[in-house]
Design a protein around this ligand. Structure first.
Ligand code: ADP
Ligand code: MG
Length: 321
């Protein structure tokens, strides 16, 4: 993806597919391109962005969809939950209007039917007294309740795929765990596919079948989640897996990955992680490694085979959720 101001490549070579009922985690530091990828899937990327490549839903390219098909796709096909519910729920409109809007305008559902459907969904996401909720304004609800409202809005039309972009980052730790457990339960009950976006590798591993790791606008590794956590192919994934506080509080110390990612996406020439990588060689400075098949997954590192044993994450240093 390019932004016209300066035409920088922000996200590139991102390829993945999600099967019905499958959950895929998309993990990376802030600025690595996760949200732009999610917005491109929804066809909601910034107007200034140039997009190349294709996004298919049930074998249909979304760029060839009519506006009616696109409205249906964004409601029953792929629904999205955003990071910060306050930023996406209009503060001066009642919860009920927010919840029924997509059903009424995108799916042409009669208002009464939409109200009864969203009431059921509110109960499903754990909000009691749905009729009272529908008449409340966003400021009357806590952050956790509002995120449940957002989940209900996404699920009301029974979508095939849920894109959840850091759905718990704006919440306190206890509420995070509750909302995560709820999302996982609803996904399984509905056999929904999910793209779960987070900066937390362990959280992705706990709720996703497969996990993809993004760095500087590129997928650098993709594997089954349990394999990815313990046997990473890429030094960046290994650093993410190891940069967790130790279980023992006395030893708890957050290991940070030295350095910072290149700004604005792609680096020029070599491996974008090379400046921060303990294993980097001249080859890494000069040539960008392609994503390739490695032991049942994909990885983009020149030296995966050579450093495999050093990347392995041992039990004591990390926390499983
Ligand atoms: N509308 C935009 N215009 C220009 N650059 C953008 C825009 N949105 C995001 N970016 C840039 O694209 C990169 C990826 O952003 P984003 O996908 O939001 O990252 P993440 O969600 O992983 O934190 C960042 O460098 C960010 O500054
Ligand atoms: Mg983001």
């Amino acid at each position: 993806m390019k932004s016209r101001q300066g035409s920088k490549t922000l996200v590139h070579d991102v390829t993945f597919s999600i099967k019905a009922g499958e959950s895929l985690g998309l993990v990376g530091e802030s600025g690595s391109g996760k949200s732009l990828t999610a917005r491109a899937i929804m066809g909601l990327h910034p107007a200034s962005a140039q997009l190349t490549g294709i996004c298919q839903f049930r074998n249909k390219d979304i760029s060839s969809m009519s506006s009616r098909e696109l409205r249906e796709y964004r409601t029953r096909g792929v629904a999205m939950i955003f990071q910060d519910p306050h930023a996406h729920i209009n503060p001066v409109r009642k919860i009920g209007d927010f919840l029924t809007e997509a059903l009424v305008s995108n799916l042409k559902m009669p208002k009464a039917e939409a109200v009864s459907r969203v009431s059921r969904t509110l109960e499903e996401v754990g909000l009691s007294d749905p009729h009272r909720r529908l008449n409340q304004y966003p400021h009357e609800l806590s952050g956790g309740m509002l995120q449940r409202v957002m989940i209900a809005a996404a699920l009301a039309a029974d979508p095939a795929v849920l894109v959840a972009d850091e759905p718990t980052t704006a919440l306190d730790v206890t509420t995070q765990a509750e909302v995560m457990a709820l999302l996982d339960k609803l996904r399984r009950e509905r056999n929904m596919a999910m793209l779960f976006i987070t900066h937390d590798l362990d959280l992705a591993a706990a709720v996703c079948d497969r996990t993809a790791v993004m760095y500087a606008g590129k997928i650098v590794e993709m594997q089954a989640s349990d394999m990815l956590h313990w046997h990473p192919h890429h030094p960046y994934t290994a650093a993410l897996a190891k940069s967790r506080p130790a279980i023992d509080a006395r030893l708890a110390r957050l290991l940070v990955i030295p350095g910072s990612p290149p700004s604005g996406g792609a680096a020029t020439g070599g491996c974008p992680f090379a400046p921060r990588c303990a294993y980097a060689t001249t080859l890494c400075q000069e040539q960008e490694p392609a994503l390739r098949h490695l032991g049942g997954g994909l990885g983009a590192c020149h030296h995966s085979e050579r450093i495999e044993s050093q990347l392995r994450v041992e039990g004591e240093g990390s926390v499983r959720v």
